[in-house]
Design a protein around this ligand. Structure first.
Ligand code: SAM
Length: 240
């Protein structure tokens, strides 16, 4: 008989200068309920605890000169080591505008694992040596610059946690969402049947499930072609 160990809850450990920002929005609604039920766990570790000297400094001036401050490798290295000693085996990620883009594919990969150790940067960013020395994967949430990595960490956590078993009310709907089939999602409608002269498309009221599925697929393809030709080019063709 195979002995299957129960899976430990998915864990997010965030290294941050602003632990008070957590759980923030992650504590609300279905994710918050799942957190309270222990379906996933969250810990915000204060980077200041690893700071240097009387002032608990975490940053210093950039080598080579220039504006702003850089987070120190020794401080971050010690914080990452402490987090790894407490929770071994979590993939370590530095939220960074220079990183690979956070996609639904990467989110699903992370959700399937044990969790994530997330380093939220501030100032001009972090010393390059800690990225290399601790093997951090750099992940960006988009081509724009935030003031810090905390909101980026929350985005990653929220996207991953909603994929965990038992977190969402209707997991069947996950498979039809934007990006799941390489397409953006079709449009949704609900009551009233007519709103300001805009009726719900007849096909959705037909009760013909095959026609509805075909209409939704066609709409998803049209919207993806119009808005994201890059995605449309990669989407798998449906057999004729
Ligand atoms: N000087 C950096 C640059 O030009 O790439 C920007 C540093 S930003 C002001 C401070 C921190 O915010 C970064 O260390 C990173 O953790 C976070 N951050 C900013 N934009 C981000 C993005 N698009 N995705 C993920 N994290 C981001």
């Amino acid at each position: 008989m195979t002995n299957i160990e129960p899976r430990a809850p998915w864990r997010a450990t965030v290294l941050t200068l602003f632990p008070e920002l957590f759980p923030g929005p992650l504590g609300a609604s279905l994710l918050g309920d799942a957190l309270a039920k222990g379906l996933w766990s969250l810990e915000a570790m204060p980077l200041r605890d690893f700071g240097i000297g009387r002032h608990k400094s975490v940053d210093d001036t950039p080598a080579g000169g220039g504006a702003g401050m850089v987070m120190r490798a020794d401080v971050l290295g010690a914080a990452i080591d402490a987090a790894r000693a407490r929770h071994p085996g979590l993939p370590a990620i530095y939220l960074s505008p220079r990183g690979e883009l956070l996609t639904q594919h990467l989110v699903a990969e992370l959700a399937a694992g044990p969790g994530a150790l997330l380093l939220a940067g501030r100032f001009e960013g972090i010393d390059q040596r800690v990225i290399e020395g601790r093997g951090l994967r750099e992940v960006s949430i988009g081509d724009y610059v935030l003031a810090g990595g905390e909101i980026a960490a929350m985005v990653l956590i929220e996207a991953a946690v909603r994929l965990l078993p038992g977190v969402l009310g209707q997991p069947a709907s996950l498979g039809e969402e934007s990006f799941e089939a390489g397409l953006l999602e079709y449009p949704h409608y609900t009551r009233p049947r007519d709103w300001e002269g805009r009726p719900i498309p007849d096909v959705l009221l037909s009760g013909d499930h095959a026609r509805i599925a075909a209409w939704r697929r066609a709409e998803a393809e049209r919207i993806t072609r119009e808005r994201r030709p890059d995605l449309a080019a990669r989407a798998p063709r449906k057999p004729a």
